[in-house]
Write a protein that binds this ligand. Structure first.
Ligand SMILES: [Fe+2]
Length: 321
């Protein structure tokens, strides 16, 4: 249909006739939307889910035989929420990654912020961030913020496995995606710093958790890594003593948990998800959840709370609903 003239629009005799004329000029009657554009509270589109590290490890070991780091920029397995294609939650994607002895994964940089929790590695596994070589030992957390060069290597005799967490779905939504491979493939000038704001060694985390536990008055101890670690994601470690649980939380932020130690259960909106070391649990925004551990555990939490906070969208419901 040709674009209607102002007079033809003005002379529409019925609503149906008017709607018919609005289509070609890419206008829609706000009072007759096919679906509402506002709703009373968040839709629970994404589902709570858990992923098994043991299964991921099996698959990565197969991938280790079948694909190398020459062909794959990264040898990783993306943790896809059951409801939508790529992402783990609305703003965050998580992936397991493995690098074999003697391998290197090329340096690159991108606008998405990234971080990793090391699950299994031996001395000699490392990430280079902006020319600094950071060791990757189990429980360590390594950051690669927006536009920092980063590549990985493994000089040890064992495969190194870790959990990557990125804000790629958020960057895709907002569209400021930029990516660049390093012009030399690997950074040439590399130093080994004594300490780095990009590196949270497990030994420091353990010590800080013990200190927090002493002051926690019987509650699960939680410490922040960074303040926040990244513009879009805050990180923390939660320690559950044997038999301990967390209070129920329902927060307008997405949470991805990696199991740094131990085992337990996370109940999300009444759905129990069991986990053990290395597993990943996603708790989408506005879904009430509790964690419990019979044997004791440390959970690594990644949340988009900084985004919600900055935009004025962060809410927390007062306890159980
Ligand atoms: Fe990357």
């Amino acid at each position: 249909m040709d674009s209607p003239t102002p007079q033809q629009l003005a002379q529409s005799g019925t609503l149906e006739e008017l709607y018919g004329q609005l289509g070609p000029i890419r206008m829609g009657a706000g009072w007759a939307k096919p679906t509402p554009s506002l709703w009373a509270e968040p839709k629970k589109t994404f589902q709570p889910h858990s992923w098994s590290y043991a299964q991921a490890k099996g698959a990565l070991d197969a991938a280790g035989r079948l694909i190398n780091t020459e062909l794959a920029e990264r040898r990783n397995l993306i943790l896809q929420n059951p409801v939508e294609g790529y992402a783990t939650s609305r703003t965050i994607v998580a992936a397991y990654q493995m690098i074999m002895p003697g391998e290197k994964a090329r340096s690159h940089r991108h606008t998405p912020n990234a971080l990793r929790l090391v699950i299994d590695a031996e001395p000699g596994a490392y990430t280079v961030v902006n020319g600094e070589r950071l060791s990757m030992m189990p429980g360590d957390v390594v950051l690669t913020p927006n536009w920092c060069w980063h590549g990985h290597g493994n000089d040890s005799r064992a495969c190194a496995y870790w959990l990557d967490v990125l804000d790629v779905p958020l960057v895709q939504l907002l569209e400021p995606m930029f990516f660049e491979p390093h012009p030399d493939e690997f950074e040439k000038e590399v130093v080994v710093p004594n300490a780095s704001p990009m590196h949270f060694p497990w030994a420091d985390t353990e010590r800080r958790l013990a200190e927090a536990e002493a002051k926690s008055h019987g509650h699960a101890a939680e410490i922040a890594l960074g303040d926040p670690a990244l513009d879009t994601m805050a990180l923390s470690m939660i320690k559950l003593k044997p038999g301990q649980g967390t209070p129920a939380r329902k927060v307008m932020a997405n949470n991805v948990f990696g199991v740094a130690q131990g085992s337990g259960v996370t109940e999300v909106e009444g759905k129990p998800l069991s986990w053990s070391r290395g597993d990943v649990i996603v708790v989408p925004a506005w879904q009430q959840h509790v964690h419990r551990s019979d044997a004791g555990a440390v959970l690594f939490r990644v949340t988009d709370e900084p985004v919600m906070q900055k935009l004025g969208f962060l809410r927390e419901s007062n306890g159980a609903h």
